[in-house]
Ligand binder design. Structure first.
Ligand SMILES: *Cc1c(COP(=O)(O)O)cnc(C)c1O
Length: 350
């Protein structure tokens, strides 16, 4: 049924272009004790005087083992925001092609679409915060290249129904991009295990959330070798810097530390959700599969200001579709959450 062909999806100018060949591409044998005079680097050692590995082989090798995805099906970016941008630029012809996103969702999809002059067809989620499959299918035309799914979704915090995603993967001849920035907090499994069955599937993850490394900017993209080759062709050669590669590797080598932190955050999420339910101006606490909780309150602008006045910054998501009078609370440390809860109680009494 599904008839995905990368040749019909890739932009013609990208298909025919010749990629930049860096000094590190043309000579890669670091084993030998060679004198490197090929990249116009300063020879004096600052620990970062050499260009980084453009293919991040060491880091990818460890990620490959950890995530059980072959190394040639992985691309790394300067945050997943760069990954999203590369995907749009590889497959969407500006002023001609379109993509579909499902609000309320992560704001960068629409910002990147506008930057790249790609029409963004928005199909609002249903009341259960699930994709509206019939409306999505109706929005698709010959120029629809990518459908962006965010699961768990930001800011609604829920996973999308597996069967709905499966159906979209089967019915759509273009690319399905699943943003799994929060997957490590979820009960459901990553779609990486399904890559083999779906040549049109792209998955993005990040070290910014569960891995606690938002500051180093490392995004991960998983897809078929064909798709990864196209993205490799257009990415800036040294897009992931040396410091990022080193710090990420240190973290990835200790997945048990990450696991411990995730478990602490999950315990705190449960406590925070329960506490929020007991606050009288909180009308609804939405279930969460992420490290944040969306809650509907009586007056989001008022409650947001009151929290700010008490030293706590949350996100007011009220101007997004389906999110009227909602606040998004990131789950903090036990101490931070206690402070938040105390202040919520204080405000509710005033
Ligand atoms: C936070 C977030 C990201 C950001 O990823 P970076 O790797 O930090 O660029 C991506 N997608 C969603 C849905 C997010 O909430």
């Amino acid at each position: 049924m599904q008839n995905f062909n990368i040749k019909n999806s890739i932009r013609p100018n990208i298909a025919t272009m010749k990629p930049y060949s860096s000094a590190r591409d043309e000579f890669t044998d670091f084993e030998q004790n060679m004198v490197f005079l090929d990249a116009n680097e300063n020879p004096f050692n600052t620990e970062v005087n050499r260009y980084p590995d453009p293919h991040q082989v060491t880091l990818k090798t460890h990620l490959s083992t950890l995530k059980k995805v072959p190394i040639d099906q992985i691309l790394l970016g300067n945050g997943s925001d760069e990954v999203l941008d590369l995907i749009m630029r590889a497959f969407c012809e500006p002023g001609q092609d379109n993509m579909i996103t499902l609000p309320p969702t992560y704001g960068m999809y629409s910002v990147l679409a506008q930057t790249n002059n790609i029409e963004n067809r928005e199909v609002v989620l249903n009341d259960a915060f699930q994709p509206n499959i019939d409306v999505i299918l109706k929005q698709i035309d010959a120029h629809t290249k990518i459908i962006f799914l965010c699961s768990p979704n930001n800011p609604t915090a829920n996973l999308f129904d597996k069967k709905i995603i499966q159906k979209l993967l089967e019915r759509f001849n273009g690319l399905i991009m699943i943003d799994e920035a929060y997957i490590d907090f979820a009960q459901g499994e990553s779609w990486t295990a399904q890559l083999h069955d779906h040549p049109n599937l792209i998955i993005s993850q990040t070290l910014s959330k569960a891995y606690g490394m938002a500051g180093i900017r490392l995004g991960i993209c998983y897809a078929s070798t064909d798709i990864i080759s196209v993205l490799n062709k257009i990415k800036p050669p040294y897009n992931v810097n040396e410091l990022t590669q080193k710090r990420a590797l240190k973290r990835v080598l200790h997945p048990e530390d990450v696991e411990n932190e995730i478990n602490m955050i999950l315990r705190q999420r449960k406590l925070l959700a329960k506490a929020l339910e007991d606050i009288d101006f909180v009308q609804k606490v939405f279930p969460s599969e992420a490290n944040f909780i969306l809650a509907r309150v009586d007056d989001a602008d008022l409650r947001y200001k009151q929290l700010i006045n008490n030293g706590i910054v949350v996100r007011n998501r009220s101007n997004q579709a389906l999110c009227e009078n909602t606040l998004r609370f990131t789950v903090g440390t036990e101490e931070e959450n206690k402070k938040l809860i105390a202040i919520l109680r204080l405000i509710s009494k005033s």
